[in-house]
Design a protein around this ligand. Structure first.
Ligand code: CO
Length: 216
């Protein structure tokens, strides 16, 4: 890519913004006036950074409706202060009603974790996915088709991240004081746009193993 193409690509983003603003104002002249007042999103989305999985677009929601956190392979890592801050703010201040962990098939992070390639710094992040593999090794080893194994690890990883979410003190505290809060696991199929609900939703700490339960 030469420097002309580089600036064109960059300018295209700003031009795109102006086109979007015009379209929004045409739909609703008060669009930005309303949004500028505050946000009251009922949903926290924890998704993959993959550019093909934009939270608002694939759920047909608007700005203001989904509070979003994204990282490589939609992980809920209990020492990640960035994610923990997002969860804390979303539950205690925004009082979201649903937290959704959304993975997606053909996830580069999952496929990288399935390999033995050394990528650099990210190896340490992918370690968390390798741990999920180890927890479900018998099931995953039995799948001989590499794509099938990758798809299943995507699903199992989402399920483990929902469990990780249920172990956070922010989520458990919300349940303890009877705030309505459900957590869910989804997988998005980049091949057809369809979201699959993995049906691992939780709305209290009933299924949290005792060792992870907090007495508030
Ligand atoms: Co991904």
């Amino acid at each position: 890519m030469n420097s002309d193409e580089l600036s064109k690509l960059y300018q295209g983003l700003l031009d795109g913004n102006r086109i979007w603003v015009e379209a929004k104002l045409k739909e609703n002249p008060d669009f930005f006036k309303d949004l500028a007042l505050s946000q009251d999103p009922p949903v926290l989305w924890i998704g993959c950074s993959d550019s093909r999985v934009p939270a608002n677009e694939i759920t047909n929601t608007k700005p203001g409706q989904v509070f979003v956190h994204r990282n490589i392979a939609n992980m809920v890592v209990h020492t990640d202060i960035n994610l923990l801050s997002v969860i804390d703010y979303a539950t205690s201040v925004l009082r979201v009603k649903h937290i959704i962990v959304c993975g997606h098939y053909n996830c580069g992070g999952i496929n990288a974790a399935l390999s033995n390639t050394h990528f650099g710094l990210i190896d340490n992040w992918l370690r968390n996915i390798k741990d999920v593999y180890r927890l479900h090794q018998a099931e995953l080893d039995a799948i001989t088709d590499p794509e099938g194994r990758s798809r299943r690890l995507v699903e199992l990883n989402v399920i483990e991240q929902v469990h990780n979410l249920s172990k956070t003190s922010a989520v458990q505290n919300s349940w303890d004081i009877n705030k309505p809060l459900m957590i869910h696991g989804w997988v998005y199929d980049v091949g057809n746009g369809i979201i699959k609900d993995l049906k691992v939703s939780m709305k209290n700490n009933k299924d949290v193993p005792d060792i992870y339960k907090f007495n508030f």
